[in-house]
Design a protein around this ligand. Structure first.
Ligand SMILES: Nc1ncnc2c1ncn2[C@@H]1O[C@H](COP(=O)(O)OP(=O)(O)OP(=O)(O)O)[C@@H](O)[C@H]1O
Length: 590
């Protein structure tokens, strides 16, 4: 069963605590303060309304002021604190309670605003941290658009979902307090208000289901579309060059039409629920008032108070229903980013444990096999890469060269066998520290839309401009960079698009050299260079190895590398064999 289906099923089984789980996205203390403020503001409002009832009753029927249940409570309370029974005192209590309620409500909503912003921020940070700590194999499987969408759109909707849940909590508390006041006035009134609320919520619950279903569809479709868009834009050049971009326009049109439909249905359900709420409430109140007025002998002033209480109570229950509707729209965004974080956390790799590595003797693969599913890529390979030497790796396309490098870096785990660094199993050393000793130029290199300087230092402030110049010289890039009007501050464009392929390779090489690594791994790192520039870089790297003892592992078919290598590893059908450079034709001299 797929992971996403699993998440959905688990959630389906536990629908009730879902609101609580969304509420738990904010820190517990913040939720506690919000609840406390809301409770106090509810109590203040209760006191205000309680004082309003005898006030209204006294205005309409001075004799009946003390007759209703609640009126009696108020009068008893006034007696207890030694206050006289008069209209002015009741008015003062009403004003103080209402101002207190407003202030407490504002304090609660201020906390809610902070918490709403914090939910989005925490989820964004949580996702970024989980992603950066995840195993490499996780990224190979997952469409990256999922995370781009989660960090932008879904995080925003997660905040909205929390906000809707906070409003839901506020209105539930308010509704409970109104019902309590109504019950103190007359239990029949409270029962009637509750009945109207239940009728309304049941009759409109279908719209919540429609909203939730369409919001989920919209989230899913948006994620697919953003993933597709990222892929298309990255590889747009060949598509445009071949005039084949129109097919993608049709695919996007389909995604956009599906999103449009989901949005339309969500909005219609939301509006229908809102619009139908009013007639349902008014019809119920009308019917109730008709029977109360015709069948009972309740005095008009009391009837007026009951009507005010009833309308207020039912209106708040209506707001609870609206909040549930809002949660149903926003929660798919919340769950989408929540699942992305959980999936990335499940793929977490423990890197900073184990012994501190050294690279004085070399790297050894001892009877290592590696398979992707049923496909075996490395087959019982045993080999050594001596420290301080230049080792070239050759083999046909798809033979497993990059996989072997990934194993050495701990990016993949071998199916069987051991990888040893200076005799220590890779599984027992601190992989993070091991990787920090490595300079790596991948086959599919990527420059960021930033300056040459930033692309080389990757934002690490401890590197000086002199360090950058040294790395650029070693990578054979200093001549062209120093000739640029803005030198190392030159912006390289999207994915380095303002530079040539060979220039990009040299910037990537400088990035790998700036931290003076002990192991330099080059995966077809000079494939885009002309023979002269390539020969210059190969010579630089060889000199670097001779002078500083750096170990070099270069995957390359270029003769320039093979002729400077101390050792050549050939991979064929998963089998690795070692060769000496002298067994290969010499093209360039060392
Ligand atoms: N993450 C993966 N999941 C499944 N199969 C994979 C994965 N990575 C690589 N492979 C497969 O493993 C085989 C070896 O791939 P690898 O990238 O190591 O080859 P290579 O020798 O570096 O090829 P090239 O010279 O073309 O870059 C290929 O058949 C490839 O399809």
């Amino acid at each position: 069963m797929s992971k996403k289906r699993n998440h959905a099923l688990k959630r389906k089984k536990s629908r009730v605590p879902q609101l609580l789980r969304i509420a738990a996205a904010a820190p517990p203390l913040s939720n506690l303060v919000v609840l406390l403020c809301l409770l106090l503001s509810g109590v203040a409002e209760g006191i205000g309304i309680a004082s309003l009832i005898p006030l209204l009753a006294a205005a309409g029927d001075p004799a009946g002021a003390n007759q209703s249940g609640l009126g009696k409570y108020v009068m008893t309370a006034l007696d207890k604190v030694g206050l006289p029974h008069n209209l002015l005192i009741l008015l003062v209590i009403l004003i103080v309670a209402m101002i207190g309620k407003a202030l407490l409500h504002m304090a609660a909503m201020r906390q809610v605003s902070h918490a709403v912003a914090r939910v989005g921020t925490n989820m964004r940070m949580g996702l970024i941290t989980a992603l950066l700590d995840a195993r490499w194999s996780f990224f190979v499987r997952e469409p990256l658009g999922r995370f781009a969408n989660a960090i932008g759109f879904d995080a925003m909707r997660a905040s909205e979902a929390y906000s809707a849940v906070a409003n839901f909590m506020a209105h539930v508390i308010q509704a409970a307090i109104y019902l309590g006041i109504a019950a103190a006035f007359s239990w029949k009134l409270a029962g009637f208000a509750l009945a109207i609320g239940v009728v309304m919520m049941l009759s409109l619950s279908r719209f919540i289901v429609i909203s939730r279903r369409n919001a989920r569809k919209q989230t899913k479709r948006t994620t697919t579309m953003i993933g597709r868009l990222a892929d298309v834009l990255v590889g747009l050049k060949p598509m445009k060059a071949m005039g084949r971009q129109a097919r993608f326009a049709a695919l996007f049109a389909k995604d956009i039409a599906a999103i449009h439909l989901s949005m339309r249905r969500q909005l219609s359900a939301r509006h229908a629920s809102k619009v139908l709420q009013e007639p349902v409430i008014l019809i119920c109140i009308g019917v109730g008032t008709y029977f109360a007025a015709t069948l009972s002998t309740i005095p008009l002033a009391e009837l007026l108070v009951m009507a005010v209480l009833l309308v207020k109570t039912v209106m708040v229950i209506g707001k609870v229903q609206e909040d549930l509707q809002a949660v149903s729209v926003a929660e798919s965004g919340y769950w989408s980013i929540y699942d992305a974080i959980e999936d990335a956390k499940a793929a977490r790799e423990e890197t900073s444990v184990g012994r501190v590595p050294t690279l004085k003797k070399g790297i050894e693969l001892r009877d290592v096999s590696m398979a992707f599913g049923p496909k075996r890529v490395i087959d019982h390979a045993s080999l050594t890469i001596a420290a301080g030497e230049v080792t070239a790796v050759i083999g046909s396309s798809g033979a497993g060269k990059t996989t072997m490098v990934d194993l050495i870096l701990g990016l993949h785990q071998p199916t069987s066998g051991q990888i040893l660094i200076d005799g220590e199993p890779l599984s027992a050393i601190d992989v993070q520290k091991w990787r920090m000793m490595v300079g790596y130029v991948p086959q599919e290199l990527l420059l960021y839309h930033d300056s040459i300087m930033a692309n080389i230092t990757l934002g690490e402030p401890s590197f000086s401009r002199a360090d950058v110049e040294r790395a650029l010289r070693q990578a054979g890039a200093w001549d062209f960079v120093s000739a640029l009007s803005d030198g190392v501050d030159h912006i390289v464009g999207e994915r380095g698009g303002l530079l040539s392929g060979g220039q990009r390779q040299r910037i990537a090489m400088a990035r790998a050299l700036i931290h003076q690594p002990q192991l330099l791994i080059l995966d077809e790192a000079t494939s885009a260079l002309d023979p002269k520039t390539e020969a210059e870089i190969v010579r630089n790297v060889r000199e670097l190895s001779d002078q500083s003892g750096i170990t070099v592992l270069s995957i390359s078919h270029q003769p320039a590398w093979m002729t400077v290598a101390d050792k050549i590893l050939r991979i064929q059908d998963g089998v690795v064999t070692g060769e000496t450079p002298s067994s290969l034709p010499k093209v360039a001299s060392r």
